[in-house]
Design a protein around this ligand. Structure first.
Ligand code: PMP
Length: 363
């Protein structure tokens, strides 16, 4: 099986999990316990928090461990209920569905252009004295489009408006410096870079209200016995992911070269010059997304329609619909690359696509 669905979740990094097994006893305790079991776990957690905070150029005490970016995003939105907020129509469902299920005085959704990128001016022109939160993703999970978070942060830096960035898909692929971004909060997830699923980060500068009440974990901001293995695998994975940028760029460029050489009809959804190297979303007018995904799967290639958070993942992409139209969304597919991919994988995927194209032509 060849895996091209890293944006849904990365393949796991065996060597990190082997390190967990080798040091199994050190993960046994509850980090809040005073005995040596607890102290061993606490040491691992502190070291993970230190690595992650350093990577983000944040303070150790500004990093909160959560169950993932969904929880981090939920926590942020909860803190701004009953206010006016500005976001985009292409955010992840953990933002869009939270908004639908919470109460806000006013919600402005900024739409993307054909490159899948929002215009920071559209955010700025909607700001008024009632606006309390601006919430924009760093990299879109379906097209890889890089959103203008630096411009927005720069505009908001002197204002009393909270700026939240969902940087889940940027992690590993871009430097994330919360000071340069001028953000007040930021969400991340461990499993997008090869850490374990169910662990994430909320960076928050200043005070906020909990989403989860319970014990005194996370400086009383997030109850629940700490997920030590989650923090360990994420911290280790960040260090590895950053070294793989050139490799992933090579895979994407090789993919683009093959697309140019092959004569089947395609268009790129978005603009490869303005998107992350790990995501390539294609419009293939000659095949439905549903058929293609099944055909690829039968031929041992794992790809997706877009966000894996839509049940079954066969629903047409809402992001492609927003950028183009429903018809295009029904004929689009997302390839997303990661550390295990090789140029041979790309060759194989192309052979399968070509076989299907020829078959379609002769039908
Ligand atoms: N935001 C974005 C942009 C994502 O791609 C995802 C994962 N699909 C999430 C948030 C949610 O992350 P998690 O699975 O850690 O809850």
């Amino acid at each position: 099986m060849i895996y091209f669905d890293y944006a849904a979740t990365s393949l796991k990094r065996k060597e990190i999990f082997e390190e967990v097994i080798e040091n199994f006893e050190k993960f046994n305790g509850n980090p809040n316990s005073l005995h040596s079991y607890g102290r061993d776990s606490r040491k691992i957690m502190d070291e993970s928090r230190r690595i992650i905070s350093k990577k983000l150029n944040a303070n150790f005490n500004e990093i909160y461990f959560t169950s993932g970016a969904s929880e981090s995003n939920n926590t942020v939105l909860r803190n701004f209920e009953n206010t006016k907020i500005i976001t985009t129509s292409i955010e992840h469902d953990s933002i869009l569905n939270s908004i639908k299920n919470m109460n806000f005085k006013d919600v402005i959704y900024v739409n993307p252009n054909k490159d899948g990128i929002i215009d920071s001016c559209d955010v700025i022109k909607n700001i008024d004295e009632n606006t309390k939160l601006v919430c924009v993703m760093f990299v879109n999970n379906e097209t890889g489009a890089i959103e203008p978070v630096y411009e927005i942060g720069d505009y908001l830096k002197d204002k009393k408006i909270h700026f939240h960035i969902d940087a889940t898909q940027a992690l590993g692929h871009f430097d994330i410096d919360v000071k340069k971004l001028h953000c007040d909060s930021l969400s991340l997830s461990g499993h997008k870079i090869g850490g374990i699923n169910g662990f994430g980060i909320l960076y928050w500068k200043g005070k906020f209200s909990n989403l989860i009440y319970g014990g005194e974990q996370e400086r009383e901001k997030r109850g629940g016995t700490s997920f030590v293995i989650g923090s360990f695998t994420m911290a280790k994975a960040i260090e590895k992911a950053e070294k793989e940028r050139e490799h992933i760029k090579k895979i994407k460029n090789y993919f683009l070269k093959k697309l140019n050489e092959n004569k089947f009809d395609y268009q790129i959804n978005g603009n490869t010059e303005k998107s992350s190297d790990h995501i390539l979303n294609l419009y293939l007018p000659w095949v439905s997304t549903e058929f293609l995904l099944t055909y690829m799967d039968l031929n041992s290639i794992a790809v997706s329609a877009g966000s894996a958070c839509s049940a079954g993942s066969l629903n047409p992409s809402k992001v492609i619909e927003k950028m183009y139209n429903e018809e295009r969304a029904k004929h689009s597919v997302r390839f997303s690359f990661g550390f295990k991919n090789t140029t041979d994988d790309v060759d194989e995927a192309f052979d399968v696509l070509k076989k299907l194209f020829e078959k379609r032509k002769n039908d």
